[in-house]
Design a protein around this ligand. Structure first.
Ligand code: ATP
Ligand code: LTN
Length: 328
């Protein structure tokens, strides 16, 4: 059987946090060894909200640096900046002509952003179509993402099917790879909403580059309830359940075992143990980060873009042909 392809993307919007890492990036790294993997810093997605053009190149390099520190290996994965591969936008346009606005109107991420006061524009609205194009461009089979992207992936699958029905079997139908635990790491300030890059409260998230001291402080101050029992119950004890999931993913221990070990020891002791586990998990990333050089990163990304364009163009020729567009 042909080797399967993995695709995923990260926006260069700073504040890469434990949720991004445990929900998605950790899987990106693991999949590199057994799949043909394609990973992208999705800067075209990032400009759908307010951003600083002067700062943008640095933001992009920073995102690439974090991904390299996490363990993305440019010798194993195709790794590049989305805006250097124009085929993404071209395919997005074509897929947009097949996307009912009724479907886009139901996208919860779009509705949430607009409800938070982010100006609604066509780019923000069609964001999931560009995401579908990213994935389908490389004929990806598997997409490692957090739970918040589930709806976008469903839409991608529908678009692939619609395209194939109309123009012939071009795209595989991609599957989401969403972890069982930590698919939705919750905010430390409010464990009923997800940990997010854009939350103005810095204590709501642990950044993957936070120092051990800062990690410990943030975890100790994570909002929990007043009943001191450590047990897993997402509805009654969302704060503790969030910490149990985080610790389970970082240590590889099952939640049941952790509950058996910490059930009666009180929140203080438990939170110290969670902090130790997170600090140990993040230590190699922090240390790898300090070794990376911006010039070297720019070089890696230029080479990645060159390879990505070649590969994307090969696939796009088929798309232009079956849709009746003029060859380039
Ligand atoms: P945020 O919501 O934190 O602002 P994002 O989802 O808008 O981030 P990205 O940086 O592109 O933007 O996300 C990268 C990956 O991180 C995605 O696969 C997303 O599903 C995942 N992710 C984001 N937040 C969480 C979370 N709290 N728990 C688990 N996975 C998450
Ligand atoms: N929308 C995603 C980022 C993203 C993505 C993708 C993820 C853009 N294109 C393709 C997986 C596959 C988010 O996390 N906010």
């Amino acid at each position: 059987m042909e080797r399967q392809t993995v695709f995923s993307g990260l926006q260069p919007t700073g504040n890469v946090h434990l949720g991004n890492y445990l929900g998605a990036l950790r899987n990106w790294v693991k999949l590199q060894d057994s799949y043909d993997s394609v990973y992208c810093v999705v800067d075209l997605h990032a400009i759908t909200v307010d951003y600083d053009p002067q700062q943008f190149e640095q933001d992009r390099i920073e995102a690439a640096k974090v991904l390299l520190a996490v363990g993305i290996d440019p010798d194993k994965s195709l790794f590049y900046f989305q805006s250097q591969v124009p085929q993404h936008s071209e395919l997005a346009w074509i897929l947009g002509t097949m996307t009912p606005t009724g479907v886009l109107n139901r996208m919860t991420q779009y509705k949430d952003k607009v409800a938070r006061g982010i100006p609604a524009n066509l780019g923000l609205y069609s964001y999931p179509v560009l995401m579908a194009a990213d994935i389908l461009l490389y004929h990806a089979n598997l997409v490692p993402i957090g739970d918040d992207q589930r709806q976008h992936l469903e839409m991608t699958r529908d678009l692939a099917e619609r395209f194939n029905n109309r123009f012939g079997e071009v795209f595989p139908i991609p599957d989401a790879l969403i972890p069982e635990t930590t698919a939705r790491v919750m905010s430390f300030a409010d464990p009923t909403s997800k940990m997010s890059k854009s939350d103005p409260n810095e204590k709501s998230r642990v950044l993957i580059l936070d120092s051990p001291d800062v990690v410990r402080k943030k975890i100790k101050s994570a909002m929990t309830d007043s009943d001191p029992e450590v047990r897993f119950d997402r509805d009654e004890k969302p704060g503790i359940s969030n910490l149990l999931e985080i610790m389970s993913t970082c240590t590889g221990e099952s939640i049941d075992n952790l509950v058996a070990e910490y059930g009666g020891s009180g929140y203080g002791v438990f939170k110290e143990a969670v902090a130790d586990a997170v600090i140990a998990e993040l230590a190699p990333i922090r240390s790898a980060y300090t070794q990376l050089d911006d010039e070297e990163i720019a070089r890696i990304m230029r080479r990645g873009a060159l390879d990505a364009r070649t590969r994307a163009e090969g696939f796009q020729q088929t798309v232009r042909q079956v849709t009746g567009l003029a060859p380039v």
